[in-house]
Design a protein around this ligand. Structure first.
Ligand SMILES: [Fe+2]
Length: 241
C-alpha cells in the first residue's frame, strides 16, 4: 500500500498510481469548496439594504472565515511540520499561498466591519465589493487546493505511509472542539458522493465513541442530506431508521 509510483504530475488529474492511498485532502477540500460556493451565491443574492438579511449573511461569513483560518493553521501545524522535518523547504510555496489567503481574510474582515458601520440604505456598493473580494479569495483558494491535491498529495504519499497520514489527520481532528467537528462534518458529508460518504462515515463509526458518531448523524448528516441520500446512507451503514 505504501509503495507509491510517484509519476503523478500537477496536470494529471487522474490520480494514476495513488488510487487507494489515504486521501487526506479530498473530503475536507470538497467541504471547503461547497462552503465557498454557497457563500459566494449567498453574498451575490443578498439585498444589502435589508438589515436582517445582511446580519444573517455576515454572521455566517464570519464563522466560515474562522473555520477557513483554522484549516490553514491545522495544515501548517501538523502536515507542513511533518513534511518539513523530512524534506525542508518543500512547503514554502504553499505557505506563501496561505499567507496570501490570510491577507484576503483581512480584506474581507475590513469590508464586513465597514458594512456593519454603514447605514443599510448605503450598503449596496459595499455588497458588490464584498462579492468581488470573496471571489478573489475563492479563486485563489480553489487553485491552491487543486495544487495541494495534485502536487502535494503525491509528495505526502511518497514521504509517509497511509498509517502516518491517518495519524496526521487524527491529530488534526483531535484538536477540533465538538462544535468545529460538527461544522466540518456539515460541510464534508453533503459534498461527497454516496459511496465516499458511506466509507468515510463507517471509519468515523469505528473510530469515535457512539455518542460522538450519533451527534455526527443527527447534527451533520440528517440536516444536510436529502431524504433519499440519508436513506441510502442509513442502508449502507445499517443505521436504525
Ligand atoms: Fe492549504
Amino acid at each position: 500500500m505504501s509503495e507509491t509510483p510517484n509519476s503523478f504530475s500537477g496536470n494529471n488529474l487522474s490520480g494514476t498510481g495513488l488510487v487507494g492511498r489515504h486521501d487526506i485532502y479530498g473530503p475536507i477540500h470538497k467541504g471547503l469548496r461547497l462552503a465557498q460556493a454557497g457563500l459566494l451565491t449567498r453574498i451575490g443574492s443578498t439585498d444589502f439594504e435589508d438589515a436582517v438579511a445582511t446580519v444573517a449573511l455576515l454572521d455566517e461569513l464570519k464563522s466560515n472565515l474562522d473555520f477557513f483560518k483554522a484549516h490553514l493553521r491545522h495544515e501548517e501545524e501538523v502536515m507542513h511540520a511533518a513534511v518539513e522535518a523530512k524534506a525542508p523547504g518543500t512547503m514554502a510555496r504553499l505557505e506563501e499561498q496561505h499567507d496570501e489567503h490570510r491577507y484576503r481574510f483581512h480584506e474581507l474582515e475590513q469590508l464586513i466591519a465597514t458594512i456593519e458601520a454603514t447605514p443599510a440604505r448605503q450598503r449596496a456598493p459595499l455588497g458588490r465589493a464584498l462579492y468581488l473580494a470573496f471571489t478573489n479569495y475563492m479563486s485563489e483558494d480553489f487553485a491552491h487546493m487543486r495544487e495541494e491535491e495534485t502536487v502535494m498529495w503525491p509528495t505526502l504519499c511518497a514521504l509517509f505511509t497511509d498509517e502516518e497520514l491517518q495519524a496526521q489527520e487524527g491529530q488534526i481532528v483531535s484538536q477540533l472542539s465538538p462544535d468545529e467537528a460538527i461544522f466540518s462534518m456539515r460541510l464534508m458529508i453533503p459534498s461527497m458522493n454516496r459511496v465516499e460518504r458511506a466509507i468515510f462515515l463507517a471509519k468515523v463509526k469505528t473510530g469515535a465513541p457512539p455518542q460522538a458518531f450519533n451527534a455526527v448523524i443527527e447534527f451533520a448528516a440528517r440536516p444536510t442530506l436529502s431524504a433519499e441520500d440519508f436513506a441510502d446512507l442509513s442502508d449502507r451503514l445499517g443505521l436504525a431508521a
